[in-house]
Each structure stands twice: as structure tokens, then as C-alpha cells.
Design a protein around this ligand. Sequence first.
Ligand SMILES: [Zn+2]
Length: 552
Amino acid sequence: MKATPFVFLILLVAASCSVKEQGYNREDGLSVFSVQGIETHLKTLASDAYMGRMPFTEGEKKTLAYLEAQLKQLGIEPGNGTSYLQEVPLVNITATAAQTMAVKSKKGSFTLEGLKDYVIWTERTDEKTELNDTELVFAGFGIVAPEYNWNDYEGLDVKDKIVLVLVNDPGFGSGDSTLFKGNTMTYYGRWTYKFEEAARQGAKGVLIIHDDVPAGYGFWVVQNNWNTSRLYLDRRADNPYFCATVGWVSNPAAKKLFETAGLDWAATVSAARKPGFKAIPMNVTLSASLTVKASYDKSYNVVGKITGIKQPDEYIIYSTHWDHLGIGKPDEKGDTIYNGALDNASGTAGILELAKAFKALKTKPGRTIIFLIVTAEEQSLLGSAHYAENPIYPIEKTVANINIDGLNPYGRMNDIVVIGIGQSDLEDYLDEEAKAVGRYTSPEPNPVAGYYFRSDHFSFAKAGIPALYTGTGIDHFEKGKEYGKQLQDEYVAKYYHKPSDEYDTTRWNLEGAVEDLKLLFNVGKRLSVETTWPQWKTGSEFKTIRSQNMKQ
Ligand SMILES: [Zn+2]
């Protein structure tokens, strides 16, 4: 239907009145954003002088000093009392596993070979941790999901036992899009969730059965974890329970364990996919050991704020991570510095531009805007996890989180990607802003990979705060979708987590980044003048957590 110009005009007036009543002006502040503005910060943070911005290094000191100076210069208030820093205590755990694992069953005994058959590690800091003829239980997918009426631990006591669980969730590969989320991975499908749930249940250990397709990567990726060091939050203060060992078994090794337990592999796995599945004691025991070295250090989140003029005790958090991988192995060109220009000097530059734009608003934000630039994202979201567990601003007073991890380096796009589509009302805000400028939102090209659980917004989601995470569009303004897709594949193949992720004016075009930032700015700007609270959508795995937090 085509409206007459007259009718169209009336509609337009009506629409702009309703948003104006809320004090929302779509244009206010937008002129601040520029390619040059982003570029200045990006060039600095991604330069070799910042040494790949690794926590605990000289690169961290330089980065923190730069960010603090920039926030001060913009007139952004310190976000943690009188400080721009939040201390993040971390522990580096190096776990060394014994070469073999002993398996005993009624059918006989054998050993599994470390690295080849299994990979284990621990979050415990005791010098030695072991499994000693510890009983093995097959616990399906190891999932407790009230919204799907699913509990693999129902009636099961896993104290002093190791749980063996399947990778991903029952929806994946089921051909049923109503079972969990079908092929779209839910939080319950993530390996991190399975370790956390096993610990919540008090299990002695947990082993995930690897499988290429539902895992999304080969066993060699898991093998990279063999006897390495990892950073964790230093939780000595609250001393929570951790499993003695966590890890993975290869698919052939898992089948061997099933065989010795007298369980039919195919039938058991298929039963585990059905609602009402009951965990199966395997009458198999495992023995293995780990020696542990722990060392403690501190890194820092950077935090600034603009205090709201109407509801100063309600918060909107923009987040991004400042850290990257530091100095590592040389690439073909002999370059050893992981500059992390896209990941995530660009997002850090973006948040500074957002701060500048919020500062320049004619209509001041009613709610308080927080700019949180976290550490140790690359070490599994530690800076944001620390914030979510030790929030400076109350979780139940935090309206929303908008996270940036990488800006669009490819020029203008018609679309902007919503990662984890269907999660919260925030995507509708974004969609409206996109439409208002003739753009559109599109779903992530690869929902199977679970990207919604792989950047800092996830730490907020886990705490129940509605969180928006976007990605670069693929519908290139001049050259279309094929070209856009090609650019993204090229990024993953050539630049992602490599020393080649550098700022390069011949390759980069930040015009699209400016447009994306304007959308993210407008979403936050609108939230800042509204009094309503965006919600998780029905079916989101974070909805229950939010309603529980809001009741307290
Ligand atoms: Zn990143």
C-alpha cells in the first residue's frame, strides 16, 4: 500500500510527537561520531607500542593510562568512587595431568592415554588433586533448564562421582526447532555451562564427550588445553566449590567407556535426547591426578560514568574489552605482536566515541550511563565476570547492557547483525533505530556457534541483565551480501587472533563503524530517557534469573 503524501505527513508528525514526549531526539549527539575520531584511538591502542595489550604487562599499564586520560579529558566522571579503575584479582593456574587414566569395570581394566583420549584440568588451586577409583555416571547432557522442564540431575547424587555428559544440547541435530532452540545453541550447550552445573551439583569431576559436529570444532581444539596455564578469577575470598577435575574425552574413548559399562552407545545417547531421561550409573571407576601451580596477580577494568539527571540510580552499561593476546609466536612475516586492532582496539575506540557523544547531548541522559572497559576477555570473559559478581552498581538497578567487541572495518552495510536474536527487547530498539535510517537488523550467519555466549555481554546476561550484542552486517552497501560474507570469512581465516590483526588504512574503511555506533548510541540514548525496563523475551534462558533478581 502506498500512502498519499498527506496521510504520510500526519503519520510522521504523530510518530515524532510520541518520541519527543519522552524527551527522545534521534539526531541529538550524532554529529560527534566520525571516522577520524575512531581512528585516533584505534591507531594508538593497536600500535606496537601497546604490545598487544596483555594483562599484567607493560602493555596493560600503557592502556590503562591512555583510557584514564581520555575519559578525564572528555569530562567523564570516575565510575568507581573517585577512581576510574576496578581491581580484578586473578589467578594463573598451571595444571599438569598424569599421563594416563586408569579405568576399572566388571568387564576388566584398561588405561586411557592423556592428550590422545582425554584432556583434563582443574580450577582448584590445591597442589594436588585426584580421582581415586571414582565412580562414573552418565548424566545425559548435564543440563538443568527449568524453562524447558529439563533436569538431567533429577534424583541424582553426584557427590564423589564423575559425570560424563554429551556436548551441546538436546535440540541440536534433533530436527525439532521446539526442542530447546533446535540447532541454535543455547547457554546449556556450552562446555563452560556443563562445568559450572557439575560444580553446582557437587560432582567430583565432569567429562564432556567430544563430537566434531555438535561441538563445532575438532578434538585438536580441546587438545590445546593439555597441560597449559589458564587465568581465572581469584575467588579465595568466597571460596566456592570447584570440581577436582574438568575436561573432555574423545569420542572413541567415550565409546570404550560405554562398552566396558555394557551400555549400547546409540540407544543410550538417543534416550538422553528424550525428556524424562534418567542418569545411568556406569559401574565404572576412574583414577587420575593433576599437580597444580597457582600464582596470583591483579588486572583492572576501566570504568567511567555520566550521572543521570532524572533517575541517577538506574544504569545503562556500555561494555567493551581493552585486552588482547600480547606478544606470542611469530607469524610468516616474523611479526610477534598481536595488535588486536579489530579485536578489540576498535571497540575500545568506539566506547570512547560513545562517551564523547553522550557528553555532548543537548538533552542530558535521565538514567546514568556507565562506560565499562574490561580486562581479560580473551581469557574467558574474566573482567566482565568479575564486574557481574562484584557489581559497582546494583544488578537489579541496571537497565541494560550494550556490548561492543569489534567495529565494522569494511565500510557501509545495509544491515547490522544481532547476535543471539530472540533474546531480549533490546533488539527491537535496535531494529527501530536501524529502520529509521533505512537500514535493517539481520540474524547472525552462524547461530550454531553460540557467539551470544562468547563476549562480555554474556557475563551480564548470566546476571539477568538484558544484554545486546551486535556484529558487523554482511549486506555491503555497494557490493551486496556475497561480498560481505567473503570479507567475514577472510577475517576469520587471515586476521582473527593473529599478529596480522593490525590497523591498515588500505584495508580498513570505518564509515560503516560510524553508522553502527550511531545505532548503538541511539538505543542507549533512548533507554536513558525512558522509564520502562526492557525484558528478556519468552524462552530466553536468562528470563528467570532476571525475575528472581528483581524480586529481591
Ligand atoms: Zn574480542
